[in-house]
Write a protein that binds this ligand. Structure first.
Ligand SMILES: NC(=O)c1ccc[n+]([C@@H]2O[C@H](COP(=O)([O-])OP(=O)(O)OC[C@H]3O[C@@H](n4cnc5c(N)ncnc54)[C@H](OP(=O)(O)O)[C@@H]3O)[C@@H](O)[C@H]2O)c1
Length: 222
């Protein structure tokens, strides 16, 4: 099985890499700047690709002809909570986070759709409950919420467009996970999140096309 993961050098992405290598899969791990943590894994089934999903450039490295599972994981939070408040969030911050968290996965799929179609594979787009309008009872965090909400919509359109080709697309919420993004605060660790999301991915076709699902298999209303 060929798996491609963006933002794979740390956090949840690196957790996905380890999970799939442990299951004997071939993994194409994409990194933006540094691959040290990936090279240290020293596995022959691991293939490295340099890919900044915020740019239109092609990835550097050799892509597989077919991709069974594409995990769009790369993302940024943007400025801290205060910097995303009603009076402080800037247009630049809004556009920067949108470029990476919403347009990034779209760029990746534009470049890789044919390869996922070759495998009649699955695409998992990592959004966040922060992008759920239904779940938003505390306000603020304008840039991250808007970008992740946009990704839910983009993911649903991808799902509709690729369904006729046998590709299944789902949108995932990893839980609140202790990583660099959360300052290592969280309710769950990376292993719990990755194991849970992988279980959802394994039964992706039991969920509706484009459905928004949390790591514990619960549907996220949005
Ligand atoms: N942690 C949580 O509680 C939580 C909750 C909901 C959703 N999520 C989502 O889960 C995903 C992973 O989050 P995480 O907690 O693992 O975050 P993280 O620890 O901050 O890791 C983010 C990863 O994305 C990569 N990345 C950032 N900008 C990129 C770009 N322009 N091109 C390519 N890669 C880029 C980073 O690479 P560099 O090392 O090069 O910066 C890093 O590998 C994100 O989409 C995040 O929004 C996380």
């Amino acid at each position: 099985m060929n798996v491609l993961i963006t933002g794979a050098n740390r956090g949840i992405g690196l957790g996905f890499v380890k999970h799939h290598l442990e299951h004997g899969h071939d993994v194409w791990a994409c990194y933006r700047t540094t691959a040290d943590s990936l090279s240290a894994l020293g596995c022959e089934k691991l293939h490295l690709l340099q890919w900044d999903v915020g740019l239109d450039d092609d990835p550097e490295g050799e892509l597989p002809a077919s991709i069974d599972l594409l995990i769009n994981n790369a993302g940024i939070y943007g400025p801290g909570k205060d910097g995303q408040s009603l009076h402080k969030v800037t247009s630049e911050a809004m556009l920067n986070v949108f470029n990476i968290d919403c347009i990034g996965p779209l760029r990746v799929v534009q470049k890789l759709a044919d390869r996922v179609i070759n495998a009649k594979g699955v695409i998992a787009n990592i959004s966040s409950k922060m992008g759920s309008s239904d779940d938003n009872s505390s306000g603020g965090t304008y840039a991250y919420r808007a970008a992740k909400a946009g990704l839910v919509i983009v993911s649903r359109s991808m799902a509709m467009d690729l369904a006729p080709y046998g590709v299944h697309v789902i949108t995932l919420h990893p839980g609140w996970v202790a990583t660099d993004m959360t300052g290592n605060n969280g309710l769950i660790d990376i292993d719990t999140s990755v194991t849970g999301m992988s279980s959802v991915i394994n039964r992706a076709r039991n969920f509706h096309q484009g459905q928004f699902v949390a790591f514990d298999g619960k549907i996220v209303p949005y």
